[in-house]
Unconditional design. Structure first.
Length: 230
């Protein structure tokens, strides 16, 4: 009873926060902020999971499982810690965190890891390989882009980030800082993958030229066939 009373006091203390917008640019802004908040936790977990998994020689499945687990851990953590610091009980925080982040993180993880598997050599590349970081950067940014409309849709239905908004407590790193980092990651990752694609095309073209030259050389060394004696 005491815990419920404390949580009720916290809700009353923060009940005068602005209502959640349901349309227009205000809704877009809130959805964007919610997506960046979720992306931050996912990115931390994904990066750590990929680094640990590749460094320890885990299989692709093992690395992905570790990265997904850590992404959920840090995603829930970024939502839960500010609430706990504000005095909410753990029993009250857990359902809020689950309702706020689960759907968004799931979408991000499916997209992110799907891209990592789709990029040739990305999962096999080590942490010292620029391809690893380029692919992961693009994967995370694209995952955030896909999750944005999902978060917007959830908010319009009073779910997702709306649940956290009702508490009046918002934590995590500054939205502008995360946006700048995401933009830089997008530019970096796109540059790396474009460079890898061009390099691969050049190698294939060079290999084809060498193969043709070898065939021509072999044909020339044999010389013309002698004419049949009459």
């Amino acid at each position: 009873m005491k815990a419920l009373a404390e949580d009720s006091d916290h809700k009353q203390r923060h009940q005068h926060h602005e209502p959640m917008p349901t349309s227009g640019s205000a809704l877009n802004s809130v959805a964007f902020s919610a997506t960046l908040h979720c992306l931050t936790g996912c990115a931390i977990g994904e990066v750590l999971g990929m680094i640990i998994g590749t460094a320890l020689g885990f299989s692709d499945l093992g690395t992905i499982a570790l990265a997904v687990g850590l992404a959920f851990l840090f995603g829930y953590g970024l939502t839960s810690l500010p609430l706990l610091r504000a005095g909410f009980t753990l029993a009250a925080v857990v359902p809020i965190a689950l309702a706020t982040d689960t759907f968004s993180i799931t979408v991000m993880e499916i997209v992110d890891n799907g891209i990592m598997l789709a990029v040739p050599g990305a999962m096999e590349a080590g942490v010292g390989d620029v391809l690893f970081w380029g692919a992961l950067s693009v994967a995370l940014v694209v995952a955030g882009g896909v999750a944005y409309p999902v978060n917007r849709w959830l908010i319009t239905r009073g779910k997702g980030h709306s649940v956290l908004h009702e508490t009046g407590i918002h934590g995590g790193p500054p939205t502008k800082l995360v946006a700048v980092i995401a933009a830089a990651a997008a530019v970096f990752g796109t540059t790396v993958l474009a460079g890898e694609a061009l390099s691969s095309d050049d190698q294939e073209s060079h290999g084809g030229d060498q193969h043709s030259a070898a065939i021509d050389s072999a044909g020339g060394s044999r010389g013309p066939r002698p004419s049949a004696a009459r």
